[in-house]
Design a protein. Structure first.
Ligand code: IDC
Length: 434
């Protein structure tokens, strides 16, 4: 039969489980690995195929899915050449977790990858963010808790520890955990500007002390290796290896530590950042194998946008390691569309953003900040706001002089930015627990 193509058939079923907020209608998307694969007849959804890309839209009776609810659809298909099953699915534009397994007449000799669900932990015994969510991991484009459910962490970033250490002690962190109800403390350890490079042991100890204070209050601790100038992370490679070897060994047994290996690379290519990440991540994983690691992106963690690029450079050439997220920072009203596009393809964590201009100063842009946070809430993207400090600049949450006193809770000590952020962060988390 030389010159002719043999067509064979297969049957597939797809189970859709909604791990996010309730939806009223859904569109499933996936791409066949080979162009010869066609959907010939589908059921329980309206199927459309263009090239190798398939979408399946819900019908009136199965469009509404509560959180945790599932529904099953299926189709018969045909194929001409050896055709592995699609491995990546999206639901309403968001990448799904889970995996694929062959149904009838498996057409390939290599079985497609499957993900075995981890054992479900018991219901939480405490009420803090860490007690409820436990060890985090990256699932598809989301950050998931130990129940395998997407969550969003909302919190604050310290200012540079070399300048504002007097703002971080039991009273101020009680206010962050109890009054602000924050989930996350980002610990910003500058490397230059009188930071880590001037006293590695002292700054390492200071970071560890703050990790302990976050832990004692049930908050996640995000350790930020705050590179800024110079923008090339390779300039600090040896310092980063030394620092992360120390903090990851010291905190390996904790379940609440997240590592941000470079704050804002700038003036360097994504490939240089990847080279840096490839050398620093194994140092952390050698001590703390399951920790989530966040990699800064090109153009001051703008996903390349501030230097004329876009997030495709990351999505098309990701860091090859598990449990990796990418930092996205914003200070201005623009780029929301670009963030939303990137969020459908890669796991994002807004480890820093300001309600003001990128200088860290100026008036609060309430409309833009609210629009940004609405988007982050909807996509369950975690964030830390710059800064939980009394710096004399618009981005600081406390009025100047607050850290010389003993009161941090309530609104009397807050700036406009602090008031705005406290209101956003205090709203209930509703973390999923099963
Ligand atoms: C700013 C501080 C400011 C300090 C300056 C230089 O608010 O007090 O003098 O750094 O160290 C970032 C950086 C962050 C900046 C912040 C505001 O990650 O270090 O802090 N910003 O300019 N990226 C975009 C904005």
């Amino acid at each position: 039969m030389a010159g002719t193509t043999k067509t064979r058939g297969f049957t597939a079923t797809v189970t859709i489980q909604n791990l996010g907020d309730p939806v009223n209608g859904w569109t499933l998307g996936f791409t066949f690995p080979n162009s010869g694969q066609r959907v010939t007849q589908g059921w329980s959804a309206t199927f459309q195929q263009s090239g190798s890309t398939v979408t399946a839209q819900s019908l009136s009776y199965n469009g509404a899915l509560a959180t945790g609810a599932s529904t099953t659809i299926g189709f018969n298909g045909s194929w001409t050449t050896a055709n592995p099953a699609p491995t990546a699915f999206t639901l309403n534009g968001t990448t799904c977790t889970g995996g694929t397994s062959p149904t009838s007449a498996p057409p390939t000799t290599t079985p497609p990858p499957t993900t075995s669900p981890p054992t479900t932990p018991p219901p939480p015994t405490g009420t803090t963010p860490v007690a409820i969510n436990g060890q985090l991991r990256v699932c598809g484009v989301n950050l998931c808790n130990h129940y395998g459910r997407p969550i969003q962490l909302r919190g604050m970033s310290t200012h540079g520890l070399q300048w504002f250490a007097r703002c971080y002690h039991d009273a101020s962190l009680d206010a962050l955990a109890d009054d602000w109800q924050a989930d996350l403390l980002r610990i910003s350890m500058y490397v230059q500007e009188q930071g880590y490079e001037t006293n590695p042991t002292g700054f390492t100890n200071q970071v560890n002390t703050l990790v302990d204070k976050a832990t004692a209050r049930g908050m996640y601790a995000l350790i930020d290796f705050h590179t800024l100038t110079p923008g090339d992370p390779m300039y600090n490679l040896e310092r980063a290896k030394t620092f992360f070897a120390a903090v990851s060994a010291r905190n390996a047994s904790k379940n609440n530590v997240i590592y941000e290996i470079t704050n804002e690379p700038n003036g360097v290519s994504w490939s240089t950042i990847r080279t840096y990440a490839k050398q620093v991540i194994p140092v952390i994983r050698g001590n703390d194998p399951d920790a989530v690691v966040i990699v800064g992106t090109r153009g001051w963690s703008s996903l390349g946008v501030s230097e004329g690029g876009n997030s495709d450079e990351v999505a098309n050439n990701p860091v090859r390691a598990s449990n990796i997220m990418y930092a996205f920072h914003f200070y201005a009203a623009s780029h929301r569309d670009k963030a939303q596009r990137a969020a459908a393809r890669i796991p994002l964590f807004v480890t820093e953003f300001g309600t003001v201009t990128y200088t860290g100063d100026g008036a609060v842009d309430t409309a833009s900040s609210a629009a940004w946070l609405d988007l982050l809430d909807r996509l369950k993207i975690s964030y830390a706001n710059w800064t939980y400090s009394d710096a004399s600049e618009g981005s600081a949450a406390f009025k100047p002089g607050t850290c010389n006193g003993g009161t941090y809770a309530g609104t009397a000590v807050l700036t406009d930015s602090g008031n705005f952020m406290r209101n956003r962060i205090r709203t209930p988390d509703n973390f999923p627990t099963s």
